[in-house]
Design a protein around this ligand. Structure first.
Ligand SMILES: Cc1cc2nc3c(=O)[nH]c(=O)nc-3n(C[C@H](O)[C@H](O)[C@H](O)COP(=O)(O)OP(=O)(O)OC[C@H]3O[C@@H](n4cnc5c(N)ncnc54)[C@H](O)[C@@H]3O)c2cc1C
Ligand code: HEM
Length: 371
């Protein structure tokens, strides 16, 4: 571990147990010195409180991972334009961060720690600002809801049409979405469920989570004619057209969205690669897109679909968690993998694939939360 990294980790232990208080102080300090910054943040700061501070601390603590660092931070900076963040805000946030750490670390805080956090923050901020500066896209697109269909208790499938010039993306990517009419300034990421189309329309599959702010609005309140906002596409769970390996897709619930996009792209050119889709859910109702998947499989001989339920004994297909089902159908050492779903589902699937000796470089995944 480098010296900078050691100083950052060591000093964080001084405040770690008081994270909530540090976060409260951080926001109070920032909004007191710059009241206009409050309008950038969500209305309900109690729920969201630790989001920005937590994100900055995580970014700073993982600074010793140069491989993913540059691209991620440039994309993050570019993405911050949707929050109306300006270059001059970075110093304000840094000063609030340093003052919060200093205040809660107490007598153990020293000039070395202060310098380490300042240096690390500045490197990150510079990359984020460079990413934002280089972006020629608008900070976000307005998009009209063209159709909205409830597919189960908690799942909706809807289609958007961006109003400004075409939003370019690759199948498998995701965007941040805001529903300003219902949950202003709350942005969450959702994967496009279709490959890019000439008319620019985008499909989404969203599950409303119990107390979830944005997902509930998208599933239960949004209707055709509403305007949503979407930010620049992100993500690297995309197809490698040079690969000749067969493909296994593992989707849990609405984790099917980016997999559907990948399949749609494959329908445009694939002739030679077998594609096996494993689609898991708790019960039959949550296999909300199985009929369409089966239709695609009937049209394309290279595509096979294995649905599974973990909690529905009446379901006549495979039973069990999707990672166990995938394991039953192996071996899979020579395949490219795409895995998408809840954090738990992705975690279990990655573990199963490791046990099955699938090389990590062949696995691309998106988890709908921290794993
Ligand atoms: C790369 C990426 C792509 C994604 N793509 C999709 C997609 O295509 N479709 C889709 O439906 N979602 C997708 N998500 C998840 C999505 O971004 C949101 O995290 C999710 O919709 C919850 O947002 P929310 O505002 O409703 O909940 P929040 O307001 O963020 O959460 C509020 C509360 O909801 C509850 N909650 C949150 N998460 C869970 C959970 N997993 N299980 C149970 N309770 C929970 C908790 O009580 C939490 O405190 C994706 C996430 C990522 C990172
Ligand atoms: C080192 C610098 C920074 C890092 C690493 C960072 C990182 C992050 C990350 C990872 C998120 C969560 C992204 C998401 O949910 O879409 C976030 C959210 C946010 N950031 Fe930053 N950020 C930085 C600087 C700033 C600055 C200078 C501002 C301007 C005030 C800012 C404003 C916001 C806002 C408004 C949110 C949304 C908060 C919420 O939803 O509660 N960030 N940041």
């Amino acid at each position: 571990m480098g010296n900078l990294s050691r100083l950052l980790k060591e000093s964080w232990t001084l405040v770690e147990e008081q994270q909530d208080k540090v976060a409260g102080y951080f926001y109070a300090r920032m909004f007191l010195s710059n009241p206009h910054l409050r309008t950038l943040f969500p209305v309900h700061m109690d729920v969201q409180r630790a989001r920005l501070l937590g994100a900055i601390v995580t970014a700073i603590q993982t600074l010793d991972d140069p491989e993913r660092f540059e691209d991620y931070l440039r994309a993050l900076g570019r993405d911050h334009r949707k929050f109306h963040v300006q270059p001059e805000h970075y110093d304000v946030v840094r000063d609030a961060l340093l003052e919060s750490l200093r205040t809660f670390a107490g007598e153990h805080w020293g000039v070395e720690y202060e310098q380490a956090w300042s240096d690390a923050y500045n490197v990150i901020a510079k990359k984020m600002m460079a990413g934002a500066d280089a972006d020629t896209n608008p900070p976000f697109w307005h998009a009209e809801v063209l159709s909205h269909e409830r597919r189960s208790r908690d799942i909706a499938v809807f289609t958007l049409r961006p109003l400004q010039h075409t939003l370019e993306y690759r199948a498998g990517q995701y965007v941040s979405v805001e529903a300003p009419r219902y949950q202003p300034r709350l942005w969450r990421t959702y994967s496009m469920a279709n490959a890019p189309r000439p008319d620019g329309t985008l499909d989404f599959h969203v599950r409303a989570l119990g107390a979830g702010w944005v997902s509930s609005a998208l599933v239960r309140r949004v209707k055709p004619g509403d305007l949503l906002r979407i930010a620049a596409p992100m993500g690297s769970m995309t197809l490698d057209r040079k690969s000749t390996r067969d493909i296994v897709c593992v989707a849990g619930g609405t984790g099917l969205a980016p997999i559907r996009a990948l399949i749609e792209e494959l329908t445009r050119y694939n002739r030679t690669r077998w594609v096996h889709v494993f689609f898991g859910a708790k019960d039959r109702e949550d296999l909300y897109d199985l009929d369409e998947l089966n239709r695609l499989a009937a049209r394309h001989p290279w595509l096979s679909v294995v649905p599974a339920c973990s909690d529905d004994k009446s379901f006549t297909g495979e039973q069990g968690n999707i990672n166990d089902v995938v394991a039953r159908f192996g071996p899979w050492e020579n395949h490219d993998f795409f895995v998408s779903g809840s954090a738990l589902m992705v975690k279990h699937t990655l573990r199963t694939l490791a046990e099955m000796q699938v090389p990590a470089v062949r696995i691309k995944y998106d988890a709908f939360g921290d794993i």
